[in-house]
Design a protein around this ligand. Structure first.
Ligand SMILES: [Zn+2]
Length: 238
């Protein structure tokens, strides 16, 4: 088959572009199924879960505080009533009874207030934790958005690269005789289709050809196609 050095050089360039395009397609495929987005999504879901658990913890404590406050109110009302009864009574026995009740009510009130203070501290800690989780969720949302837009931008870049490569592949193919292109297409499916022969070394398979193979190649006229005896790539001899 006839093949000029110029055509073979064009085939070599075509091969470089074909390999480059393959790797662009592969990179795009890897990016599209990127685990980074799934990771960012899982992170966000986890924080959202913790956040709603923490929110109900805060609500529970607040409910307990309200219950205690109304208990304190009841005790205060009874204290008020006892004081009125004591003021109206002149019977020492009754007064002693009321005083006893007032003492135990005061005791109860002070216990309730101590518990309320403890719960308020718990609520403050729980609210601080809730605030921190809210910040964490904001960061996780931002991280997910960033990951998504980075991937989108990278994919756009790859798409542009692919379009340019496809166009120059088409240009190069159009410059070549169809039978050379057909042979090229057949060979490139198995590996490198073209190699440069430098000394006795073939750049397609990186093998050094023996003297018999070299002698055979040198017998092929300069405008005819010579192939590598090791990998059967078309050889650019220059
Ligand atoms: Zn070879």
């Amino acid at each position: 088959m006839k093949a000029s050095v110029e055509e073979l050089e064009t085939l070599l360039e075509l091969q470089t572009k074909v390999f480059a395009q393959r790797s662009v397609v592969l990179k795009a495929k890897e990016l599209s199924s990127s685990p980074a987005i799934e990771e960012a999504r899982a992170q966000l879901a986890e924080i959202t879960g913790s956040l709603s658990a923490q929110r109900s913890r805060v609500e529970d404590v607040e409910r307990d505080i309200k219950r205690l406050e109304s208990d304190v109110e009841l005790v205060e009302k009874r204290l008020q009533k006892d004081l009125e009864r004591m003021n109206q009574s002149s019977n020492p026995k009754d007064i002693a009874g009321i005083e006893h009740e007032i003492a135990s009510l005061n005791n109860r009130k002070s216990n309730l207030e101590d518990t309320e203070l403890e719960l308020m501290e718990q609520r403050d800690v729980a609210i601080a934790e809730l605030d921190s989780l809210q910040e964490q969720r904001k960061s996780a949302e931002d991280a997910l958005e960033n990951t998504k837009s980075n991937i989108t931008a990278e994919l756009e870049g790859l798409r542009a690269e692919n379009t340019a490569l496809v166009a120059s592949i088409e240009d190069l193919r159009a410059k070549l005789p169809s039978e050379l292109v057909e042979l090229f297409d057949k060979k490139i499916q198995r590996g490198a289709a073209v190699g440069r022969l430098t000394g006795s070394s073939c750049s397609a398979c990186n093998m050094n050809l023996n003297s018999t193979a070299m002698a055979e190649i040198s017998r092929v006229p300069a405008d005819e196609l010579a192939t590598c005896s090791e990998c059967s790539a078309m050889l650019v001899r220059a």
